[in-house]
Design a protein around this ligand. Structure first.
Ligand code: PCA
Length: 191
């Protein structure tokens, strides 16, 4: 039985909610394809990745799907790439606001997602939910989490990646959760 860790984020930037965790919390604990472990993460540089990696170890997760909010987008967006750059326009939830600082000094500039993002895009779209690949996860905590997960999993055979969900006026929590379940099943069937 394969295990997928799916993470969502707490609120940040003065908001009272974060649809990423609301949607992740609606996922079942298991599907025919495997088990799903859910975890709510703080919006803190490095801290989010540290917690996600500890939980991945504890649960022997075969893959991690991290989910966050990208306000202003109009679709669910599987991220193709994470970059080695922390550049915040607002403080994280610990008050840290890095500008032009690498996540891992001297290391790789970028990692591509190791999740089957094109199959996820195709299956979520086929379910009638707006979904498009994104080629920038930004430079805030979401990108940082994705970069650090991929860096930690490099060479281990474990897969990781990120999906941004938009605000609720673009996609409802129910459709977010439907899309994440489709993504989870695609990932669990591929690992
Ligand atoms: N979105 C932010 C961080 C937490 C979240 O849900 C981001 O896109 O970086």
């Amino acid at each position: 039985m394969k295990t997928l860790l799916v993470t969502g984020f707490e609120p940040f930037g003065g908001r009272s909610d974060n649809p990423s965790w609301e949607a992740v919390s609606l996922l079942p604990d298991r599907t025919e394809a495997g088990s799903i472990v859910k975890l709510r993460l703080p919006v803190t540089f490095a801290g989010a990745a540290e917690l996600a990696l500890l939980e991945a170890e504890r649960t022997h997760a075969d893959a991690v799907l991290a989910v966050g909010l990208a306000a202003g987008r109009r679709a669910i967006t599987p991220e193709a790439v994470a970059i080695n750059l922390m550049e915040a326009a607002i403080p994280d939830n610990r008050g840290f606001m890095p500008v032009n600082i690498p996540a891992a000094p001297g290391e790789r500039e970028a990692y591509f997602s190791t999740l089957p993002i094109r199959k996820i895009r195709d299956e979520v779209s086929a379910a009638g939910i707006p979904c498009a690949l994104s080629y920038s996860a930004g430079t805030f905590v979401c990108n940082d989490l994705m970069y650090r997960l991929l860096r930690a999993f490099e060479g281990t055979g474990r897969a990781a990646g990120f999906i941004h969900v938009p605000d609720l006026d673009a996609v409802s929590i129910r459709d977010d959760a439907r899309a994440l379940l489709i993504a989870a099943e695609v990932i669990l069937s591929s690992i």
